[in-house]
Design a protein. Structure first.
Lengths: 168, 280
């Protein structure tokens, strides 16, 4: 697992979101769970609307953002957003959600193969972040998927980056 | 430790904190899982989201206390972390199908109304039986002839049926055999009918009795395992699948369908049918 700390300017993201326990209907890595369905909805939208979606900064890179809300520790329900980064906003259809992430220092972990399906979030809190001498901002984190991610059925050949905002 | 072992520890944690102000993040931390991984693994192991399971167990224990004591409902609600009577009543109605005040008047738990705590045994059974594919089916009326016994000694009923059939010269009969089990209430009297489809023969012989199950809607659950595991399959059907479906148990009995005469039902695979009705 590769780790580095970077500074990142504010990010503009556009995509779709979901709030709740994404495993209510289907658990495990089933693509039928709410996260899988969110991705399917977003990919189907992109397929049809891509020409209208302008200013995309990296067309082959997608972001899955997890946001913890005030009730998350109690209920386990949280927000999942999937989308792309854009450099500026134009009029968007009502189903598209905009997220603005502040400029921040991030710890970036590159996960490869089976590590992608392991409980890396716990490892991050228990070992990786303490080893870097930093503390995470508890509210959100995101995963960045690009051409290195080959899909859940080719997980051994895949890589993804996890971005964790850090507290000052 | 495998996921089942860890989720069994999470169930222990929940059980010992039903009256404490804990949430899903506390459960995850108790077993050293991230919240995300915990939610995913808990659902896979128990078929419940962690928060839903916590709330159902709190309501079940609160319901037990409502019946067993004369304490004010509001005090019981506070004990189980419901911060106001409205929240308690709403959650209670959703899980128990009646308001807490009606429940107290009712005075006793009905058949399979109380959500039991899940154990490692449940989780192992759920994993062994996966993928579970219960189906809702409408079945025609079923005319049965068999031996009725009180109590839950199913083996004795099957042995008696075997001997009754032998006396009629029908010991080697083919055809479908059924077990019908009725239970008045939680922990109440049980009656068992070990039977086969009534072809009109032997109706007046020995201890045989006839029973007709009318045409109706059933939840059909494939059971895999031993006869002792049947209790776990029934817990799955009544307390895990039905509460998360659009159906509920309609009558306090169930039917087991066997292909051949089960001298002593042990390891194997057979179907269990629960009479159900759609929740309006």
């Amino acid at each position: 697992m590769k780790a580095e700390i970077i500074e990142k300017p504010a990010m503009l993201l556009v995509g779709f979101n979901f709030f709740g326990d994404p495993f209510r209907s289907y658990s495990g890595w089933s693509e039928e769970n709410e996260i899988g369905r969110l991705w399917k909805r977003w990919m189907a939208y992109l397929e049809n609307a891509r020409p209208d979606l302008r200013h995309v900064s990296a067309p082959d890179a997608m972001v899955e953002l997890h946001v913890h809300h005030a009730e998350t520790p109690q209920t386990g329900e949280f927000e999942v957003f999937v989308g792309v980064e854009v450099t500026q906003l134009e009029a968007l259809p009502p189903e598209v959600v905009v997220k603005v992430l502040p400029a921040s220092r991030y710890a970036v972990f590159t996960l490869a193969g089976q590590a992608i399906t392991a409980d890396w979030s716990w490892m991050m809190d228990a070992e990786w972040l303490p080893a870097l001498g930093v503390r995470r901002h508890p509210t959100y984190s995101f995963q960045r998927y690009d051409a290195r991610f080959k899909g859940m059925d080719a997980i051994e050949a895949s890589e993804l980056d996890v971005y964790v905002p850090l507290e000052d | 430790m495998n996921n089942i072992t860890v989720m069994a520890l999470a169930l222990d944690f929940i059980e010992s904190h039903l009256r404490e102000p804990v949430g899903v993040a506390d459960m995850a931390a108790a077993v050293s899982y991230s919240l995300y991984h915990f939610c995913r693994t808990f659902k896979a192991a128990t078929h419940f989201t962690p928060y839903d399971y916590l709330m159902r167990r709190r309501i079940a224990e609160a319901a037990r206390e409502v019946l067993a004591s004369e304490r004010k409902l509001i005090d019981i609600a506070f004990d189980y972390q419901f911060n106001n009577p409205e929240t308690f009543s709403r959650a209670f109605k959703r899980v128990m199908d009646v308001q807490p005040t009606q429940w107290r008047k009712q005075g006793a738990a009905g058949y399979r109304q109380m959500m039991p705590r899940l154990t490692a045994e449940h989780l192992e059974h759920l994993q062994r039986g996966a993928p579970w594919r219960p189906t809702i089916e409408t079945r025609p009326a079923l005319d049965l002839i068999g031996v009725m016994t009180l109590g839950d000694d199913v083996t004795a009923a099957w042995e008696q049926l075997h001997s009754e059939l032998a006396a009629c010269g029908l010991a080697d009969t083919g055809g479908d055999f059924y077990g019908w089990t009725w239970c008045a209430a939680e922990g109440g009297v049980t009656a068992t009918l070990a039977a086969l489809v009534n072809s009109g023969a032997c109706i007046e012989a020995g201890a045989l009795v006839a029973k007709t199950l009318p045409a109706r809607t059933y939840l059909r659950v494939p059971h895999r395992g031993t006869a002792r595991d049947l209790a776990l399959t029934l817990d799955y059907a009544y307390h895990i699948w039905l509460p998360q479906s659009d159906y509920r148990a309609a009558l306090p009995w169930y039917v087991e369908g066997f292909g051949t005469l089960p001298d002593r039902p042990s390891d194997g695979a057979w179907d269990v049918y629960l009479p159900v009705e759609r929740v309006e």
